[in-house]
Structure formats: C-alpha cells, structure tokens
Design a protein around this ligand. Structure first.
Ligand SMILES: [Zn+2]
Length: 172
C-alpha cells in the first residue's frame, strides 16, 4: 500500500508540481529574450495557466509528462505499485486539463501546451522556436480576422445564405 498519508501525498504533489519548475523557467527566459511579455499564473483564468500573453490572446501551460499523462511519451510511465490509484489520479488530471482548456477556448484564448519532454536539451531549441513562430502566427491571424470583420460584413451575409435556402427546401 501507499505509505504516504493523504496530507503527505498532497504536499508531495504540490512540491513536484510547484511553481517555478525548471521547464517553465526555460520557456519564460526564452520568451523574454525574444521580446514577448507575459503574466504568470493568472489567478482568474481556468486552470491557472503558467504564462498568459494578453497581446497574443494566448495562454501557455508547461506540463509535466507524468502528472498530466502525456500520451505516447516515454517519460509517462505508471509506477508499478498502486496502479489503480495512479491511473485514476492521472486520468482525473487529464480530464481537468481538457475541461479547463475548453473553458479557455470558449473565452477566446488560444491554449498552448508545452510538454516537459519537449524541453529536453536535444529538442529544446526546436520547441521554443516553433513556440515563437506559433505566437507570431496567432498575432497575425487575429489581426486579419479583425480587419475582415470590420470591412467585409456583406460577404459574411452572402456566405450564410445558401444554408438558409437548403433548410427551406428540405422542409417542402
Ligand atoms: Zn512527454
């Protein structure tokens, strides 16, 4: 059986999951060096994202592969004892992550998850470069959508019309 009490286990998990973990600092340092500005652990957003980039309407989670159950990842391996406990625990974490990301998306936030394994020395640069690329892409796309909404309302109406006609024909 698991020898930790509930309280001990809780403290142990918070320590491992704790803020200012190394992978998170890698991401922060990189973004800062590239001129991205962010807030940490926004208290009012679902899931308390690790970084919040308001200008890019983007939140970033830096997730440990074990605690968040990174699928098909060699760093995600269930311990050999208490398998039920751990698999339920990880399953709940995954469900919670999914729910929180849905809520964030519904609020208009882009969600980016960076996995711990993607920050291992061999792949780190590639991961961070593609993060910077994605953020710039999001920024440009958001501006395009805004311009489109302001200047092109007529074609939006036209685009919606065939669907209405289709519905009417179906009823006849
Ligand atoms: Zn992983």
């Amino acid at each position: 059986m698991d020898k930790l009490t509930k309280e001990q286990r809780h403290r142990c998990m918070s320590a491992i999951k704790g803020r200012n973990t190394k992978p998170e600092i890698l991401v922060r340092k990189f973004l800062f060096s590239r001129g991205f500005r962010y807030r940490l652990n926004h208290p009012h957003l679902p899931g308390h994202p690790d970084l919040v980039l308001r200008k890019y309407r983007t939140v970033i989670f830096v997730n440990g592969c074990f605690w968040h159950g990174h699928e098909n990842c060699k760093y995600f391996r269930l311990p050999k004892t208490n398998i039920d406990f751990w698999s339920n625990k990880i399953k709940r974490n995954k469900e919670r992550d999914k729910k929180e990301q849905c809520q964030l998306a519904a609020m208009g936030w882009h969600c980016i998850t960076i996995w711990e394994c993607q920050l291992k020395p061999k792949v780190r640069i590639q991961t961070l470069e593609s993060l910077a690329y994605t953020l710039n892409h999001i920024f440009l796309e958001d501006r395009k959508i805004k311009t489109y909404e302001l200047s092109d309302t007529d074609s939006t109406l036209v685009a919606a019309e065939p669907e209405v006609t289709y519905g009417r024909n179906k009823q006849q």
